[in-house]
Design a protein around this ligand. Structure first.
Ligand SMILES: Cc1cc2nc3c(=O)[nH]c(=O)nc-3n(C[C@H](O)[C@H](O)[C@H](O)COP(=O)(O)OP(=O)(O)OC[C@H]3O[C@@H](n4cnc5c(N)ncnc54)[C@H](O)[C@@H]3O)c2cc1C
Length: 402
């Protein structure tokens, strides 16, 4: 029995969507993710002929995104449950592609929040091909931008790399975001978390919607990294970029609440995603252990392998249950809790790394070979413990809520 079967409360519709998504993950995403992972030059991941675009188009053809909008027939709880199911399945296929798809959709959410007609028409219209990203990390400030519970967050003497200043009825943005912006090289809009000129440090930030075709915006080369290689990442540079005041959807007074909301969404989301990666590693290890023969019998008949598999199974199931609970609560209660989201992210990413590492052990020497799939999962999971905040820094932020 896999965790797909261990879900008595699934409705017929949810089960059908899960089955469809699982097939899409197995037949389209995993093979594409493995090919993109092996490309030597990250620039090739965003080439017009890249499989990345094929995955975007095929995912759109499934019509799944429409089910997740507020105007679908589903209740908020059904929508949240479905979102968790979808994310876990997509990440089971390939976490880099799953995350690229998710960041792509950010433009929609933030345009809707802005209430601005022109932004909604461009970035939230059904079937639009715009690509979003979340730009917060700076070359000199990674954890600094997220550790909102720490004293430095209000320290105006720490200089940010990206600042917006008010100029009449516009904001002018200057500086840069780091090479870690997911979808940075392909984004057509950025949800930019930057500092607003003043004396309040990172706490005095703002959230701006920045179309990437504005004068003064430019991008760096895609980043070369060890895991999640299908997810394009890169810098965004702002050279006196002017946006209407209304595009700054959160200002110094509301920034802390906006960051809290974004971190809650992102961490809940990361939990579900990496529960999917953990399950992928477990499924592969279990299958391999049934096939690989040593000592005259399949290795899953050896006591130590049995114990290892059962330990992996327990971790996968607890991660999957917990992150789903958090995802549903945080999206439906009206009282989303950041520390639960952080617990989900930090727990599930750690589980994904541990389970993928155990999968490598079960594969033996083959586990280290790039001809087999588990070393990639271990690299993908390793990146997740730093992604959207180092786990230890997030835990410090979460602890402040206990
Ligand atoms: C795969 C991936 C995807 C990402 N996607 C995005 C994205 O879409 N958008 C975006 O803007 N960024 C993104 N990031 C960037 C990510 O959020 C940062 O890498 C992360 O916040 C850590 O920042 P840093 O790399 O600068 O490390 P640093 O902040 O320099 O941290 C280095 C070390 O110091 C420790 N440390 C730092 N400060 C403290 C403290 N106050 N207390 C205790 N320990 C501390 C950290 O735990 C870490 O071990 C992504 C990163 C990865 C790996």
């Amino acid at each position: 029995m896999s965790s797909i079967d261990f879900e008595v409360e699934l409705t017929d519709v949810e089960r059908e969507i899960q089955t469809t998504l699982h097939r899409f993950a197995a037949e389209e995403m995993r093979p594409a993710g493995e090919k993109l992972d092996k490309l030597h030059d990250p620039q090739d991941v965003i080439d017009p002929a890249s499989l990345l675009w094929e995955i975007f188009d095929k995912y759109d053809e499934l019509g799944i995104a429409d089910l997740q909008t507020a105007d679908s027939d589903l209740t908020p709880v059904q929508r949240a449950r479905l979102q968790a199911i979808i994310l876990e399945e997509l990440a089971w296929g390939d976490s880099g592609l799953a995350l690229s798809l998710a960041c792509r959709g950010m433009g929609r959410m933030y345009s809707m929040l802005s209430g601005q007609k022109d932004l909604i028409e461009r970035f939230a219209a059904p079937g639009n091909k715009e690509i979003g990203c979340w730009a917060i990390t700076e070359p000199d400030h990674g954890s600094d931008t997220l550790a909102m519970s720490e004293p430095h967050f209000k320290d105006a003497s720490i200089k940010p790399n990206c600042v917006a200043r008010k100029d009449g009825d516009e904001y002018v943005i200057h500086g840069q975001k780091s090479s870690w912006v997911s979808n940075g090289p392909i984004a057509t809009m950025a949800t930019l978390f930057c500092t607003i000129e003043g004396d309040r440090g990172f706490e005095g930030g703002g959230v701006a919607i920045v179309p990437m075709d504005l004068a003064g915006v430019s991008k760096g080369k895609p980043l070369d990294k060890i895991g999640q290689r299908a997810l394009p990442q890169g810098e965004i540079f702002f050279d006196e970029v002017r946006i209407p005041e209304a595009y700054m959807i959160s200002n110094q007074d509301t920034y802390a609440a906006s960051l809290n909301m974004q971190l809650t969404i992102a961490n809940s989301f990361m939990g579900v995603t990496f529960a999917g990666v953990a399950r992928a590693a477990f499924d592969l290890a279990r299958q391999y252990a049934a096939e690989r023969v040593q000592g005259g019998k399949p290795i899953n008949q050896h006591q130590s392998v049995k114990l290892r598999l059962f330990d992996m199974f327990r971790k996968v199931e607890t991660a999957s249950s917990f992150c789903r609970k958090v995802q549903i609560y945080n999206n439906t209660s009206g009282d989303a809790k950041l520390h639960y989201a952080i617990a989900s992210k930090t727990y599930c990413t750690k589980v994904a790394f541990e389970v993928a590492s155990e999968a490598v052990q079960i594969y033996g020497g083959n586990g280290l070979s790039r001809e087999y799939p588990v070393e990639k999962l271990m690299r993908d999971a390793r990146a997740s413990m730093i992604e959207d905040g180092c786990n230890e820094v997030l835990s410090i932020v979460g602890a402040a809520h206990l």
